[in-house]
Design a protein around this ligand. Structure first.
Ligand SMILES: Cc1ncc(C[n+]2csc(CCOP(=O)(O)OP(=O)(O)O)c2C)c(N)n1
Length: 339
């Protein structure tokens, strides 16, 4: 018994050619997997198995769709702590993410030395990032400058929130990128909140995209709840960068459907505000759009949900069975080793 029975399928007219129908199905599956992993990670914290988690619920459309436009393993990507969906779409596995969240020695990102979800991988060309807000932005510009000097036809994509655009690093980095027409795409996920500080108290002028004009680059405002629009905008900006036409600043409007982190009470938002956000959740909206277009079958969302839930539980158990790092490792790489 399924709830969805589209009678007449209406074709989607805005599927980007480079994504295609298969790409659209893949995008929905990635968003769904990200959401189910996200929910699982918060349960793991409530179970007392992990001390902290920070996810991107409500950002899945912006994150998964933009990451699908990356040439993974060739382009460079700087994520931030909220980039769970981008990480999954780039090729990090849920098992790897459980290893970090559960603080296991086998965590491939940092051996559990960093906070969870500070994604890095040599294979995926995602350099390590700091928890310090906005520090990845000048790093991304440095990477773009290096690839530019070497004449490599690759782009660098850099993710951050709108709160990060108040930091000096953002302005310095965009100035250098604009000045030298570097192959970098700045991707701002604007969820309206920097922890408890609303956009109106954080971003002078009220628009992130408009700031691009001051740095001599295009600023693109995109609906971050519409995965196809996000894919199109990011794909175009990355192509521009790869062919040597310079940087772009994209502002994708998103929703933060959870507290800032598992350590945040969310007390500064009312129940009514949270309910209004939940009603605009991008995941069921995209599902219904694809069902109506006949791009996914009526039974697929539920079937995929069951499959993903089972595989995530198996991943969690497999990761949970492994040991934590040894105490001796805590100081390694911090001080010079005794000779
Ligand atoms: C330099 C610095 N200042 C403050 C913090 C504490 N902090 C962590 S996340 C965050 C909010 C950032 O908001 P935003 O950039 O909008 O991203 P979001 O978390 O909303 O995705 C702050 C203030 C920090 N990590 N680093």
């Amino acid at each position: 018994m399924h709830r969805y029975h589209p009678v007449v399928a209406t074709p989607l007219t805005d599927v980007p050619a480079s994504l295609g129908a298969d790409g659209v199905r893949r995008l929905y599956r990635l968003m769904l997997l990200t959401r189910l992993l996200d929910e699982r990670l918060w349960i793991v914290v409530r179970q007392g198995k992990a001390h902290f988690v920070l996810t991107g619920r409500g950002h899945e459309a912006a994150q998964c769709a933009s990451a699908l436009a990356v040439h993974a393993g060739s382009d460079w990507v700087y994520t931030y702590y909220r980039s769970l969906g981008a990480a999954i779409a780039l090729g990090f596995t849920p098992y790897e993410i459980f290893l970090g969240v559960l603080g296991k020695a086998a965590d491939p990102i940092s051996g559990a030395r960093q906070l969870p979800n500070h994604f890095s991988s040599r294979r995926l060309r995602t350099p390590t990032v700091s928890s310090s807000v906005a520090t990845q932005i000048p790093h991304a510009v440095g990477t773009a400058w290096a690839t530019h000097l070497r004449g490599e036809p690759v782009a660098t994509l850099c993710y951050f929130g709108e709160g990060a655009t108040s930091k000096g690093e953002f302005h310095e980095a965009l100035n250098v990128a604009g000045l030298h027409r570097l192959p970098v795409v700045f991707f701002c996920e604007n969820n309206g909140w920097a922890i408890s500080v609303p956009l109106a108290e954080q971003v002078a002028g009220g628009s992130v995209a408009a700031r691009a004009a001051g740095y001599g680059m295009p600023g693109v405002l995109v609906d971050g709840l519409d995965p196809l629009a996000v894919y199109q905008a990011t794909d175009e900006a990355l192509r521009r960068a790869r062919r040597g036409d310079g940087p772009t600043l994209i502002e994708a409007t998103c929703l933060r459907l959870t507290p800032h982190s598992s350590d945040d009470s969310d007390a500064y938002r009312s129940d009514d505000e949270r309910a209004a956000l939940a009603a605009r959740d991008p995941l069921p909206a995209f599902r219904d759009r694809l069902l109506a277009a006949g791009l996914i079958a009526p039974d697929e969302p539920e079937r995929w949900t069951d499959e993903f839930r089972a595989s995530l539980l198996a991943d969690q158990d497999r990761a949970d069975a492994l040991p934590p790092p040894t105490a001796e490792r805590a100081r390694r790489w911090l001080y010079q080793e005794p000779r």
